[in-house]
Design a protein around this ligand. Sequence first.
Ligand SMILES: *Cc1c(COP(=O)(O)O)cnc(C)c1O
Length: 368
Amino acid sequence: MTPYLLLTPGPLTTTDSVKAAMQHDYSTWDDDYNAITQRLRAGLLRLGQAGSDTYASILLQGSGTYAVEATLQTAIPRTGASVLVGVNGAYGRRISEMLDYLEIPHVVVSGDETAPLALADLLAAAQAHPELTHFAMIHCETTTGVLNPIETIVPAMHERGLITIVDAMSSFAGIPIATEMLGIDYLISSANKCLQGVPGFGFVLAKRTTIAQTKGNARSLSLDLYEQLACMEAFNGKWRFTSPTHVVLAAAQALDELIAEGGVAARYHRYRECQHLLATGMQELGFDRIVAPADQSPIITSFAYPTPDFDFPAFYNALKARGFVIYPGKVAALPSFRIGNIGDLNTTDIQALLAAIQVVQQTLTVSA
Ligand SMILES: *Cc1c(COP(=O)(O)O)cnc(C)c1O
């Protein structure tokens, strides 16, 4: 059907059955459709290990960034608030940029982009800034594929009285996350990453007692997460404005397929196997990783250019012609490219990719 497999961190390769699920036109007012939304909302809470009495699941139109921005400008009061942001990549930086737009005071703790955020640095900043009220970080920094340790950082920030916001866009449903046990106040992800749906909406798992206190905070009507939740709760899953109906059908199908696969634990296992095969195979072909294996997520891997004159566009186009689309790098100081392994891919696909890379490498070397 599609001319290539996506080895990218979302949109990603989806199953034919997920794509087929979109062949229906539902009314946004219909009970059947709203029941699908409700089933999806409940399923997302289970994936995030969050109880439905303590957490609420909120779906929001748009890409993942819209859900992050909606969370920030709903969760953070208009006065008296200050946010600590852990930054070790482009997505952490994007949160800081959003806070600039919103004119919300914030403190940035920056770390090396090829290493996880350090708890000690964050604790030191929290100590130095008693005015802080909120904390935001990225789980898997898709910029490099570094996995940040939410298991130690979130409880430590929580203990200091900060409301915690985690962008788990590229990890949710692919890496187990104990949202409730960790005490995460807001966990954010989207339909087209490890859930393996198609793009069109993001979602937030919010602690009920926390979001209950955010009425009137929002600086934007359409990105008001509090009101979005209020509508979904009052009208049995009804979205506040026109919802991406076909995308929701695809996500509901994707959720069923995730459960059939064996849940998040099974998907995590598949991703790890694929990432391990990819990283070791690439190493044998002469491509070094830029992130240490212990800090590497099973989602996406960054590889340094093997030589200073490496022709990435030629490499990319040759692989695309062979049915594989990869991803450019995003670390300014380090020429690199990325290969994602999330989506409907298995080790056979990774083996085929490695075989194609070997051929492409020889062709490019000969023609150079
Ligand atoms: C993909 C992603 C986002 C959101 O990106 P969109 O292009 O808006 O969907 C945010 N944070 C992280 C960590 C991501 O991987």
